[in-house]
Design a binder for this molecule. Sequence first.
Ligand SMILES: [Fe+2]
Ligand SMILES: [Fe+2]
Length: 245
Amino acid sequence: MKEHAQFIALGLPCDQTALIAEAESFVKQFGALEEKVKKAKVIDPELLRKIIAAVKALIAFQRGVLLLLIQCKVRASIFPLFVDHITREAVHFLELLEKPLQPLSTIQEILERAAFWLRQMKEHIEFIIHLLDPSERSLITQAEALLEVFRNLLETARDLESMSESDPRFFNAAVRFIFEVNDRTNELRDFKATAHELVVLCRVLSTIPDPLLTDHVRREADKFLKELEEFKSVTNVCKSLQASQ
Ligand SMILES: [Fe+2]
Ligand SMILES: [Fe+2]
């Protein structure tokens, strides 16, 4: 959340001083909360309440920025879809904060979560493509190939999620799909790590405003991979269930 606010501050035109100051105040606020969370042994209700309030305020701010972009009141170097993307992540985070943590148990829940992340992964590739200099042809071609893969995976996740509404006792094709998503996300993660290295070493032409951006999207791929590990252990249960029937 802190970095999302930072990206908005970096992408606004310099005459939008009030909006930039607001974005920067979110950077400070989430930075302070991050420190508190790191130091805390447990997140007490008071700290949780503060985090929830901050996330809600950030969502409102981001939606306000999105409106300004959509209605051309502000012409920024940040994509409206990017603001929508980070708002979606904030809403997802808010849901996790407000709901008691429950492991995903059904294949439908797993597919729904996979579709959420696949959409985010697909958009990361789209943002990278748009931020690369047009002369970076081989990198763009590489990213476009990955984009095609992730577009298809997202579409399949939505199809399978819809089919899982029939509540099957087992759904092995979906299990196979989760394993495929895992392999492809590993490839994407490596692509992002390489892109980050190129940005840090100044070996690529782009309008990427800060190496923080490539690092951020790589970390989100790692987060998805971590969740996929969880999904795989749950889907293994499905498989053993099937074997015993
Ligand atoms: Fe993010
Ligand atoms: Fe993201």
